[in-house]
Design a protein around this ligand. Sequence first.
Ligand SMILES: *[C@@H]1O[C@H](CO)[C@@H](O)[C@H](O)[C@H]1NC(C)=O
Ligand SMILES: *[C@@H]1O[C@H](CO)[C@@H](O)[C@H](O)[C@H]1NC(C)=O
Ligand SMILES: *[C@@H]1O[C@H](CO)[C@@H](O)[C@H](O)[C@H]1NC(C)=O
Length: 493
Amino acid sequence: MATEAAARWLLLHPSLPQSSHKKQHLIFASLLLFASLQSFHCYAAASYNEQEADRVAFLPGQPRSPQVSQFSGYITVNRQNGRALFYWFFEAQTLPSKKPLLLWLNGGPGCSSIGYGAASELGPLRVTRNGAGLEFNKFAWNKEANLLFLESPVGVGFSYTNTSTDLTKLNDGFVAEDTYNFLVNWLDRFPQYKDREFYISGESYAGHYVPQLADFVYERNKDKKANRYINLKGFIVGNPLTDDQYDSKGLAEYAWSHSVVSDEIYERIKKVCNFMNSNWTNECNQAMGNIFGQYQEIDIYNIYAPKCNLAQTSTVAVGAHAFEASDQEQFSKRIRMFSGYDACYSSYAEKYFNKPDVQKAFHANGNEMLPGKWKVCSNSILSSYNFSVLSVLPIYSKLIKAGLRIWLYSGDADGRVPVIGSRYCVEALGLPIKRDWQPWYLNKQVAGRFVEYHGMTMVTIRGAGHLVPLNKPEEGLALIDAFLVDKQLFTNR
Ligand SMILES: *[C@@H]1O[C@H](CO)[C@@H](O)[C@H](O)[C@H]1NC(C)=O
Ligand SMILES: *[C@@H]1O[C@H](CO)[C@@H](O)[C@H](O)[C@H]1NC(C)=O
Ligand SMILES: *[C@@H]1O[C@H](CO)[C@@H](O)[C@H](O)[C@H]1NC(C)=O
């Protein structure tokens, strides 16, 4: 079945807001002013209490030191239908009141930013082997930012909806709007971040979520009256699905150029596949199926890494199931496959986050509202997701003009969303070059290459797969540091 078709592209102490208005306003204020200050005071106190209720003192199996300032809980994004998204937030390790706010999103669609981003990749607490406990990650991105992980959309991880028909309506627009509502309501609970510089990051299918959310925020920010201004400064995406044509072409070329398939297969693909058309013909599906067949033998997400040979749990099984399920779907000639996730890590996370004491400490699944176990990737979300947007490049053009800081990075050993396709995407934007393609360095070694355009920067990470912060944690941290403070990567050995 796998060879029949190809993959559908398709993861502080909180400073109480200063309530300096204590006594003096009683003397000077008019009744009206008095009333409004009073309500501000109540509001601030209420948000502080809500915030403290979300504080996580200590998670089962967490190391005693260093201390980690963390919060987690639900934010309602749609009252009428009862939709709530689950977040995990870490204050910056030092000077949290000076550091920006960074949101991280994983893709899938259907994969959890807590299971992957936070607990396997860039969070300060990562799940240990076999899901026994947590370990401190010394390359965590909350060294550089206040770091927010969100499980999105509803149906992913601990996030849920009380209206099951919502789950049949998921597409990029739906996700962007719910995520925007999450941000607005989260900032009400954490008002000390309201004016903070805000950046959005993510990987894989979040290559769609991130620019779409940035665009949504940008448009909503135009409504000055709404008083919901979010201080968005830019976004950064890793191994991102960006444009279906270029990503597909890149996948085929990468497989051939990295000796995954023969010249004959590649010649056939070139002959029968027109990637400009999003509907692949049967001939193209069969030819591309040869690539996916080979990628079942190795790890498509990191082609030089050993394959995870744990008993086939979770993602692998889910992936295989997805292959069969979508064969019967008529509207898409392509197979759906998660963008980017290693079964070994998913099984550790699934062990850990399904423990009742962990869920309790985590403020998750309180009324046991989840229909089943917590899963790192949801197969049903993947198979029902409406892939109606084939390219987010027009959003790039728009937001580059708007002056947002935009970076794209790529682990160059990823076969799923390979660096070749990302290069085509970036080149298609037609931006003038500011600094030529050249190496960047870390620890006296070439860490990757980068090219700077007027309007955006592209960076590669040498030897990393789809999950850059997992494979190359030190390089990943250097990268996010350079992005957030808008400085150049090291160009000297
Ligand atoms: C969903 O329903 C449960 C049970 O009625 C309720 O406790 C919960 O608050 C609802 N969630 C939202 C976001 O409205
Ligand atoms: C792709 O196929 C679907 C269903 O068969 C059809 O509705 C759609 O118009 C096709 N798109 C293109 C670009 O050919
Ligand atoms: C998918 O989303 C598009 C755009 O939002 C919409 O026009 C279309 O009807 C949706 N398709 C399905 C099957 O829900």
